[in-house]
Design a protein around this ligand. Structure first.
Ligand SMILES: [Zn+2]
Length: 309
């Protein structure tokens, strides 16, 4: 790897852990650039040209971001987040990012695959959501095979905040800005995007879903409502896919992406929303009975009251 530092940087044991992670997954070549920065968001915005990039995800903060380049990939590391973590965490994060490097390098990405979604545009949005979750699954599956511990985002401490955050989909429904259907749709799809990644992270480690037996009732009820049987549908598709260390031939990869799109359409329905198509145009709808949404609202209030108590 080629390392550059912007800001206060990391100590030598932390740098060793970074290298160990990339080595473990087989992505430590010199062509991989690693940038340690105190300002991840600005760096990623500069490299990707995406002014909307932000580092908050569901119940957590992003530690690293891997971006494909003409030469190979660049991995941007959130130095303040890294400085407060131990070597084992750092190694795991870099093994994960190294998985993105492998997928980028083999072209097992969305680039050149717009046609798989067909028309209209909403199908492409959901195909992307499904494909990005599939990347996370394949990488975490590789980490499970290499003997890394379960991801911290899937432990019991994170289950409750994650399930409360999913229920905040209600905010999108009552936000006055949601009178603009584009805004409304984007808010809901953003929630689906990280929920879908959360499920993908958990799948290699927890065949029956993330541990939740000791979670509070409203959090478990949110799981049953928003995910429920969908978990098994997703786990069944993922079980047919190899880890990020094993290449997938184009026809197989394309077929899985198409099935991933169907899976995201199903998850969106479970969340209570649906796209419909009319010629070149499409509509975005809230579905479900008033009773369903009233129960969701009651659980959100319960969770907020619990936090205030
Ligand atoms: Zn990832």
């Amino acid at each position: 790897m080629h390392l550059t530092t912007e800001g206060a940087g990391l100590d030598s044991s932390q740098v060793d852990a970074i290298e160990a992670g990339l080595n473990a997954i087989g992505a430590a070549e010199d062509s991989v650039e690693v940038i340690v920065t105190d300002n991840l968001v600005d760096k990623v915005r500069g490299l990707t040209g995406d002014p909307d990039y932000g580092a908050d995800r569901g119940a957590g903060v992003v530690g690293a971001k891997t971006i494909p380049t003409a030469e190979d990939s660049v991995i941007v590391l959130n130095a303040p987040e890294f400085r407060r973590r131990g070597a084992a965490d750092l190694e795991r994060i870099l093994a994960h990012e190294g998985g993105h490097v492998l997928l980028n390098r083999r072209g097992e990405t969305l680039t050149g695959r717009r046609h798989l979604a067909g028309r209209p545009q909403w199908r492409w949005h959901l195909l992307c959501v499904g494909a990005l979750a599939l990347d996370e699954y394949r990488i975490e599956r590789a980490l499970a095979e290499l003997g890394y511990p379960t991801p911290e985002s899937c432990d019991l401490d994170h289950f409750e905040p994650t399930m409360v955050a999913v229920n905040e989909i209600l905010n999108a429904c009552v936000d006055p800005r949601s009178q603009n259907p584009q805004f409304f749709m984007e808010q809901v799809i953003r929630t689906q995007d990280w929920l879908s990644k959360y499920l993908a992270y958990a799948a290699p480690f927890f065949p029956d879903g993330p541990p939740q037996a000791q979670a509070r009732g409203h959090a478990r009820a949110n799981w049953n409502d928003y995910v429920g049987e969908h978990w098994h549908e997703r786990a069944t598709l993922y079980a047919t896919v190899p880890s990020a260390r094993e290449p997938m031939a184009n026809p197989q990869f394309d077929a899985v992406l198409r099935r991933g799109l169907d899976l995201e359409i199903a998850l969106l329905k479970q969340l209570g929303f649906e796209f419909t198509t009319q010629g070149e145009h499409y509509c975005f709808w809230r579905r479900g009975t008033d009773a369903l949404w009233a129960r969701r609202d009651a659980r959100l209030r319960q969770a907020l009251d619990g936090d205030a108590a």
